[in-house]
Design a protein around this ligand. Structure first.
Ligand code: ATP
Ligand code: LTN
Length: 326
């Protein structure tokens, strides 16, 4: 069975971009893969976090994994900081990375705003992500499109170490959705939907009430020609809504274009509200059941044990290759 690893940062509520780009794949893959799903709490402290909130967010992301359908009996769910191998491998990979390649990472450039002095953690973020992935001999990494560059770096680091020290790491591959790999902001379809954007109406969170979902979709930015057709360059707003509709309903974009031929944006948006509310309501209900439950704590503790059992022999192998220890 091929092994799958992915992670989500415990920063705030997840939105439908996170779901359609990443979490939906988590659920699909667990049927015929060995899956490891991590809440990457150590990544989130690359920017300051309130300690109490961070702990709660970590539990909430794990609860959301379960609410969307990740089954802790099939998949491993755990918090990154509870497996020491992540930090150990992080250092070893740091010593095999270059400042040049890390300065070229788009996410770093965006988050550091080109400042001359930025937090070192932000700079090192992609190396820790590579450590997460390589620690489990991962074959497949399901993520959104925005992580492509980080996956490439992970592969480069793995290949570099393999060439220098002999076969050490499995070289992983990214896995991206057809519809949903890059969900755009509802108020500005040229920007990625993001947890951190100031405008609440730019996103739909997985736990949003139907009234908020309705408001955000009905107000979403579209063009003025009124034709429901997929054309990212000239009609980014309606194209984004078509992608979301397609991802939630399972209908192809071509089918939707046919279904809505001749009808206006108003009707299309109304139907999209219904499709979205129907998809998110069971997630919200399940989340409220799991949040604060013993089931959640047990699943995460069990996840840590199982993750450690996979990571320990890999760390041992890496240390042997590098001549670390006695
Ligand atoms: P933000 O949404 O604030 O930019 P982030 O990208 O850091 O946060 P994470 O929680 O770390 O979000 O990402 C979790 C997963 O969701 C990753 O696999 C990421 O690629 C994916 N993802 C994030 N935003 C989108 C989006 N707009 N469309 C599709 N996938 C996305
Ligand atoms: N950088 C990722 C989160 C992340 C991740 C990982 C994803 C950290 N470690 C390992 C996949 C595999 C992001 O989505 N921002």
């Amino acid at each position: 069975m091929k092994r799958v690893f992915s992670g989500v940062q415990p920063t705030g509520n997840l939105h439908i971009g996170n779901y359609l780009g990443a979490l939906k794949q988590f659920v699909e893959l667990q049927e015929d893969h060995e899956c490891i799903y991590c809440v990457v709490d150590m990544h989130s402290i690359t920017v300051p976090q309130d300690p109490k909130e961070l702990k709660q967010h970590t539990l909430d992301i794990a609860a959301l994994y379960m609410a969307v359908g990740v089954d802790p009996k099939k998949s491993i769910i755990f918090a990154q900081s509870t497996v020491p191998g992540h930090a150990e491998l992080n250092w070893i990979l740091t010593c095999n990375s270059y400042t040049g390649e890390l300065s070229r990472m788009t996410q770093y450039k965006q988050k550091s705003h080109g400042a001359e002095s930025a937090p070192t953690g932000l700079f090192m973020y992609p190396v820790l992500m590579a450590a997460d992935i390589l620690l489990y001999d991962t074959d497949i990494v399901p993520v959104g499109n925005d992580q492509k560059q980080h996956i490439e770096l992970t592969r480069d680091l793995a290949i570099r170490v393999n060439n220098k020290y002999g076969e050490t790491f499995v070289v992983p591959e990214g896995r991206f959705m057809k519809a949903g790999a890059r969900v755009m902001a509802l108020d500005d379809p040229t920007a990625k939907m993001s947890k951190s954007a100031p405008n609440e109406m730019s996103r739909i969170s997985l736990l949003d009430e139907p009234s908020k979902i309705k408001k955000a979709i009905m107000r979403s930015t579209t063009d003025s020609d009124g034709v429901i057709r997929f054309d990212i360059d000239n009609k980014p707003g309606i194209s984004n809504l078509l992608s979301i509709y397609s991802a939630f309903s399972g209908k192809t974009i071509e089918q939707l274009e046919k279904d809505y031929e001749g009808s206006g944006y108003g009707q299309f948006k109304k139907d999209l509200v219904e499709v979205t509310v129907d998809a998110l309501s069971p997630i919200r209900e399940r989340f409220l059941e799991i949040r604060g439950s013993q089931e959640l704590i047990d699943a995460m503790k069990n996840g840590t044990e199982r993750a450690n059992a996979i990571a320990e022999p890999v760390i041992k192998r890496v240390k042997d290759r590098f001549g670390l220890g006695i």
